[in-house]
Write a protein that binds this ligand. Structure first.
Ligand code: 13P
Length: 250
């Protein structure tokens, strides 16, 4: 049985006070959802510490949205994986399409970030996904394959056993346009087959999350697919009721 995960990527939203309120509501309402669902919230760095403190001892785990590629030193504005891990944070989102697109993150940078994450005991949520023009040109399989080969294939078997993948088609992020459950299953199954080429049987245990306009009204249908193990939620993670309702989709 693979882990079922519903993770919220808050992106650059919420003040510390709002974030604290949000996580408290998520924790309180999580009692309504099957224990089998693992919730993760990923707030901005400014309130990572407070949110992690509030979530301590609850069923809600906390993740960061990014980490530095270097361990420490003169890197103004960066936050290291060690700093993040010291707060009791367990996960880090890496390779989000917004980081790739707006901050020029390449596979070379992401390899370093992955190393930093593992060196500090953080579980990466590694994001892959094609742009609209790549989907239209039917290049989505090859794009996603390259994003996996260039980064995930460099992991050791031990590191790979502690990895979450998120498939997020760029054309579905924040657009209200969701991939159909069939489109998600098709590419999730493909991703698992690519992972199996390198890591064999272990790929059967890797949680693969869907992200892109996932909401209470479509989560159940998408999560019902065999190779969809949960979701990475943006907009709908900013309202505790919606985030929890997505968790009920399992
Ligand atoms: P939306 O759910 O707002 O489309 O965002 C998805 C996402 O990018 C999560 O990382």
């Amino acid at each position: 049985m693979r882990k079922k995960i519903v993770a919220g990527n808050w992106k650059m939203n919420t003040t510390p006070a709002e974030g604290l309120e949000l996580v408290k509501n998520v924790i309180a309402q999580s009692a309504e959802v099957c224990e089998c669902v693992n919730f993760i919230v990923c707030p901005p760095f400014t309130h990572l510490s407070q949110v992690a403190e509030a979530a301590k001892g609850s069923r809600v785990a906390v993740g960061a949205q990014n980490c530095a590629a270097e361990a420490k030193g003169a890197y103004t504005g960066e936050v290291s994986a060690a700093m993040i891990a010291s707060l009791g944070v367990k996960y880090v989102i890496l390779g989000h399409s917004e980081r790739r697109e707006y901050y020029g993150e390449t596979s070379a940078t992401l390899n370093k970030k992955m190393e930093q994450a593992y060196a500090n005991g953080l579980t990466p949520i590694y994001c892959v996904g094609e742009r609209l023009e790549e989907r239209e040109a039917e290049r989505h399989f090859e794009v996603v394959k390259a994003q996996i080969e260039e980064v995930v294939f460099n992991l050791t078997a031990e590191q790979f056993a502690d990895l979450v993948i998120a498939y997020e088609p760029v054309w579905a992020i924040g657009t209200g346009k969701t991939a159909t459950a069939e489109q998600a299953e098709e590419i999730h199954a493909y991703i698992r087959s690519v992972l199996a080429e390198k890591f064999g049987e272990a790929a059967e245990s890797t949680p693969i999350l869907y992200g892109g306009s996932c909401k209470p009204s479509n989560a159940e249908e998408i999560f019902a697919k065999e190779n969809v193990d949960g979701g990475l939620i943006g907009g709908a993670a900013l309202k505790a009721e919606d985030f929890i309702a997505i968790g009920k989709g399992f």
